[in-house]
Design a protein around this ligand. Sequence first.
Ligand SMILES: [Zn+2]
Ligand SMILES: [Zn+2]
Length: 292
Amino acid sequence: MLLALKKRMIYNKRMITDSHMHTKIFSTDGRQTPEELIDSAKKLGIANVAITEHYDMDYPHKDESFIFDLKEYGRTFPKWKEYSVSTGGPGLLMGIEIGWQPHLNARINETVNSLPFDSVVLSNHIFRGSDIYYSKECALIPRESRNKEYIATLARMCSELDNYDILAHYDYINRYVEDPSSSVFYDDCPNEFDALFEILISKQKALEINTSSINKQILKGSSYVMPDPKIIGRYISMGGKLFTIGSDAHDADRIGQHFAKTISYLKSLGVNEVFYFKDRKPVSDPEFLRLS
Ligand SMILES: [Zn+2]
Ligand SMILES: [Zn+2]
């Protein structure tokens, strides 16, 4: 009886896969060691985590580099897996967050093919030649134009490339805009969103819900904390089924952040499944169905 109860308590603690995060070993801006990451995920009861280190080639800010030694990553990752297995931690999925720019398609393809990744997250961090993190211009552009230009760029990126699994943070353009009334809304650019979703759906690529974006909106005191329901609704109505959820954690205390809230929200909008990628193939996460 006691054992059954204990087992159920352990089971109840299980959380869905976190599909996006960084360590300080290979991501320049990471602040957690793989051991801290694994220990934190274990405490939260997260079944699997995808580690998706930053790889942004030709990064425009010359004093920073967001690339790493791919061979070294391939050699090191099995040691992290061993640590996780030996400490009862989560399943580890080897991923990469690859940064797009228009001239990089061939090199991105080559990079992705160089290691047996489980999961390839495709990002666009650059807006008009500058990382959105540094961009002063970004916040000065009216919201609709800013979002329209960014979503159109994502559609181009997702169309030109095939060798990826997940579109990361479609709302990154808004992340460092301090105006709390700002967000990314479907109605800002319906044609661009439709074009993007058509590409993702026809190529069977996943749309990521990035909970770091949710966290930023909370910190700004925004009334638009969660992703625009029209965005989720339109993606579903066009036939989109592949969602992933990623914390984009650079620190151990951010892993799985806002997942419970995000799961309930997605379910309320009619999302039936959330996925993670293993061996570059989508896997429906059984924990999503169980959690409310
Ligand atoms: Zn990113
Ligand atoms: Zn990231």
